[in-house]
Design a binder for this molecule. Structure first.
Ligand code: SIN
Length: 286
């Protein structure tokens, strides 16, 4: 899968690659109303990583349903909509609006964005609020729901367990790790929003250990995300217990990254004589 916010609406890439080969596309975090996002600068490159403080800039759910879903309805690749709200009711309303819309195959519930004043990761840091959002979305839609977790909590397993109980169909993790960078010439934070979320290879070991812990603790499928750049990275996540993976920041360096990862997985399987990827899921936990 492509990770939310790193592959646009898929339409930006459909003339460049055979996007229908992908397992799924997860589109940019979508809110009830359109958002302009946070003040610039909103991106800073770091050692082996990328800090972003986009602030959920997006076109809003109504434009998404009107302009993007009809295009997706003609695709073979499923498209999931990542949703974000400021209140539990916002999430429920978003889920209701997306329910039954042709072209939308699922919802990724974003309780993990570190760049907004209200909502986002605020809901994902503790098990009770994460469960409240999940239950509200579940009762508002018949679509499959993934819940995307934040690493910025002391209790990722507790959050995953209550989200599972509240009705999630799968769990994706991790979103970005809160971080910052300072310009020593101006003595000011480099990001307009001061802090942001770190992604890319720098966070891969964190993501991997969290996937390992969560997959050991819950029965639900786990989708691994965080710094995956090569097929071998993806195989590590699968061996940690992920049933699927998302490629995110790597696409900014190499727009072909999701396809390179897919081909890398296939090469590894051929080399090792693996017929079914399921043979590898959780291999490192056995
Ligand atoms: C952003 O738009 O600020 C990033 C989205 C996210 O972290 O979920």
């Amino acid at each position: 899968m492509t990770a939310a916010g790193t592959f646009g609406y898929g339409t930006e890439y459909s003339h460049l690659f055979d996007i229908q080969k992908l397992g799924a596309i997860v589109c940019k975090g979508t809110t009830l109303e359109p958002r302009d996002g946070n003040p610039q600068p909103r991106l800073v490159e770091t050692t082996s990583g990328l800090l972003n403080s986009i602030g959920l800039q997006n076109i809003g759910v109504k434009a998404l349903i009107k302009e993007k879903a009809p295009i997706w309805a003609n695709w073979r690749v499923p498209v999931m909509v990542n949703i974000a709200g400021e209140t539990v009711d916002d999430y429920a309303q978003l889920a209701k609006e997306l329910d039954g819309v042709a072209g939308i195959s699922g919802i990724e519930v974003n309780i993990s964005c570190p760049n907004v004043k209200a909502g986002g990761a605020e809901f994902g840091v503790n098990p009770e609020s994460a469960a409240r959002v999940t239950a509200a979305v579940k009762s508002a839609t018949s679509l499959p729901i993934l819940v995307k977790l934040t690493p910025n909590t002391g209790d990722i397993v507790g959050v995953a367990a209550t989200v599972a109980e509240a009705g999630a169909d799968a769990i994706s993790l991790i979103n970005t790790v809160k971080g910052m960078a300072i310009d020593i010439a101006t003595r000011r934070p480099l990001l307009g929003n001061r802090t942001g979320g770190l992604s890319g290879p720098a966070i891969k070991p964190i993501a991997l250990s969290m996937v390992y812990e969560v997959a050991s603790a819950v029965e639900l499928p786990v989708i691994g995300c965080g710094g995956i750049t090569t097929g071998n990275d993806a195989i590590e996540f699968i061996m940690a217990g992920a049933s699927a993976i998302q490629v995110g920041t790597a696409s900014f360096v190499n727009p072909r990254a999701p396809f390179d990862v897919l081909e890398g997985i296939e090469r590894f399987m051929q080399k090792e004589g693996i017929k079914d990827i399921a043979e590898l899921i959780g291999a490192a936990r056995r």
